[in-house]
Design a protein. Structure first.
Length: 119
């Protein structure tokens, strides 16, 4: 179980990377990217940043590549903005949960529509 401190750091990292995506990362390959969560190791040396990417498969691949190439910038900025002894190594992971949720919602709507047709 993650410590309270690790959870606080994870939330701060999420906030800061979201700001960077909105205002500073200007790579044209970065499409509509949303930070959905951050997991930090208990020693706060490593952070997995989960991102959701809207678009087709190719735009997802390109956005993930762009985020990977921005890792150095992101880590450097986190080091400047956060008061930590060590700035965590950042890795980006694709999070399909939003797409999964949208698919479930569509399936439920289809079932409801089918039920209404049979009444």
């Amino acid at each position: 179980m993650a410590s309270h401190r690790a959870n606080r750091v994870a939330e701060e990292i999420k906030r800061e990377i979201t700001k960077m995506l909105r205002d500073e990362i200007k790579d044209p390959r970065v499409g509509f990217v949303t930070v959905t969560g951050v997991e930090v190791t208990p020693d706060i040396r490593y952070a997995k940043v989960f991102i959701s990417i809207y678009g087709d498969d190719e735009s997802k691949v390109q956005s993930l590549k762009a985020m990977e190439s921005a890792k150095g910038f992101v880590r450097s900025e986190l080091g400047k903005r956060m008061r930590l002894r060590y700035t965590p190594e950042v890795s980006f992971k694709f999070d399909p949960s939003i797409e999964y949720g949208a698919r479930i919602m569509k399936l439920l709507a289809d079932v409801k529509e089918t039920e209404n047709e049979h009444e």
